[in-house]
Design a protein around this ligand. Structure first.
Ligand SMILES: Nc1nc2c(ncn2[C@@H]2O[C@H](COP(=O)(O)OP(=O)(O)OP(=O)(O)O)[C@@H](O)[C@H]2O)c(=O)[nH]1
Ligand SMILES: [Mg+2]
Length: 223
């Protein structure tokens, strides 16, 4: 079973894009399930995705990066037993970071005994808002970009080529080696490219010690 996770700040377009991605993968013959992780009370994302006929499970009560790793493992095992998907798409909360998500999947794999392949983690950024968001939540977004295997500059349908270039510059300043894709849930741009990456790619290994060190330095240790 493959697990494909995305990250991206609130409203960056994760749900909209994953809904399109799930349709593309289904069309290619893959059996797709979705896990959404919402730290709030009402899970709107689950409703949106279920309305498209997707098999969606919800993990709530906290972030799967840290507080509810156990629930995440149980959900993965349950999905495997009841649905046997080829690929599970995971939309975590907007504050999740790739390293934490990888840890969660590593734990789930260890505790469940399931053989799990981890697709590359794609971080979504909102092309219309990145510059402003960097002022307020720059540290979180930088971490999401630095730790990602690829970055999806999303909502390009709403931006001029100059604005898209500016957004890519910000991403490249954070990570000069970032693999950048350009997408839009509205036009479907980037959906096929991301589907290719999700089904054929494998997430790179981090220098765990470095990420853990950076995490402690920036966030004061894990909860
Ligand atoms: N024009 C345009 N609007 C988009 C695109 N993707 C998402 N949106 C809009 O942006 C808003 C947020 O999209 P979501 O898909 O809910 O974003 P999200 O990242 O799942 O948001 P959270 O789960 O709340 O963090 C919605 O109003 C979408 O309709 C896009 O590619 N183009
Ligand atoms: Mg969402």
């Amino acid at each position: 079973m493959r697990i494909a996770q995305v990250t991206g700040f609130l409203g960056s377009g994760k749900t909209s894009f994953l809904t399109k991605l799930a349709a593309e993968l289904t069309e290619r013959g893959y059996k797709v399930a979705v896990i959404v992780n919402d730290v709030g009370h009402i899970n709107v994302d689950q409703k949106v995705m279920s309305s498209h006929g997707l098999n969606v499970k919800e993990v709530s009560g906290g972030c799967i990066c840290c507080e509810v790793q156990g629930t995440f493992t149980t959900t993965i095992v349950n999905i495997h037993i009841s649905y046997r998907p080829d690929i599970v798409l995971v939309e975590p909360s907007g504050v999740a970071i790739p390293w934490g998500l990888k840890q969660a999947v590593a734990e789930a794999s260890k505790n469940s005994g399931l053989e799990i392949t981890h697709s590359p983690i794609v971080t979504f950024v909102d092309c219309t808002a990145l510059e402003e968001q960097m002022i307020f939540v720059g540290r979180l977004i930088s971490t999401q970009i630095r730790e990602a295997d690829a970055v999806m500059i999303n909502k390009v349908d709403m931006c001029t080529p100059e604005e898209i270039r500016k957004c890519a510059d910000i991403v490249e300043r954070i990570d000069e080696n970032a693999k950048i894709m350009y997408g839009s849930a509205s036009t479907g741009q980037g959906v096929k490219e991301m589907a290719d990456l999700m089904i054929s790619g494998v997430s790179q290994r981090y220098d765990e010690a470095m990420e853990e060190g950076l995490f402690k330095e920036q966030y004061g240790g894990r909860q």
